[in-house]
Design a protein around this ligand. Structure first.
Ligand code: KIV
Length: 244
């Protein structure tokens, strides 16, 4: 799975072998420059979901329910989910499980596929930061229990973010639903990255767990500087680039 937020990238992803597109609330940081995902709103998410859906009509598109949208009671959570599903999401992702049990069960009963998200939950950054979760026995036990709880509630998969690899392996073995890891080692059922991390587009934010398959920042900088040089030396436009 890859996180992407716009039509251009979604159209490209639709031609690849990737299994699912996550319209993550990381859009707030990557596409809008906010310092955390706390700044994602339902309206922001819906715009990105609809852009991705238009460009990837057949893709499995999973949308993050943004900050606090599942904490305002069942009605509000249902309304937010309705907005994202009608914008084109095939499923929603919810961070954490404590206090969300009723909402998750209700959404699943209502026909909404729900993906869980455990470990580092970026919407709680102000409480936990981005510290690896589950290093201590008590935390590890809690994550195992929460994984089982999500499965019982009907979640179809669960993202494990920044948990020690042996724990991710144990949780994966414990569950029958797939685990999708990010910074959780190689033993999860699947992996998720943010597309711009995979493409190396951010020269500053380079998380250790995100393998860069391209130095996109360098490629883009080089291309833009080549364009600037060509314009300044009157080598662009030329030939077929000119209408006569
Ligand atoms: O918002 C997001 O991109 C995510 C992934 C990092 C799993 O939740």
């Amino acid at each position: 799975m890859l996180a992407a937020y716009d039509a251009l990238m979604a159209r490209l992803l639709a031609t690849t072998d990737i299994d699912a597109i996550l319209v993550g609330d990381s859009a707030a940081m990557v596409a809008h420059g906010f310092p955390s995902t706390v700044h994602a709103s339902i309206a922001m998410m819906a715009l990105h979901v609809s852009a991705v859906r238009r460009a990837a009509p057949d893709a499995l598109v999973i949308a993050d329910l943004p900050f606090l949208s599942v904490r305002r009671g069942r009605e509000a959570a249902v309304a937010a989910t309705g907005v994202l599903m009608q914008a084109g999401a095939s499923a929603v992702k919810i961070e954490g499980v404590k206090g969300h049990e009723e909402v998750i069960a209700h959404l699943v009963e209502s026909g909404v596929p729900v993906m869980g998200h455990l470990g580092v939950t970026p919407q709680s950054v102000h409480l936990h930061g981005y510290r690896v979760q589950g290093r201590e026995r008590r935390e590890a036990d809690r994550l195992k229990t929460e994984g089982k709880r999500l499965q019982q509630l009907g979640a179809f998969a669960v993202v494990l973010e920044c948990v020690p690899s042996p724990l991710a392996r144990r949780i994966t073995r414990l569950l029958t639903i797939p685990t999708i890891g990010i910074g959780a080692g190689p033993y999860t059922s699947g992996q998720v990255l943010v597309l711009s991390d995979l493409l190396g587009l951010d020269p500053v934010f380079r998380p250790r767990f995100a393998r860069r398959y391209l130095d996109g920042a360098e490629v883009v900088t080089r291309a833009v500087n080549a364009f600037t040089r060509d314009v300044r030396s009157a080598r662009f436009p030329a030939g077929a680039e000119i209408f006569h």
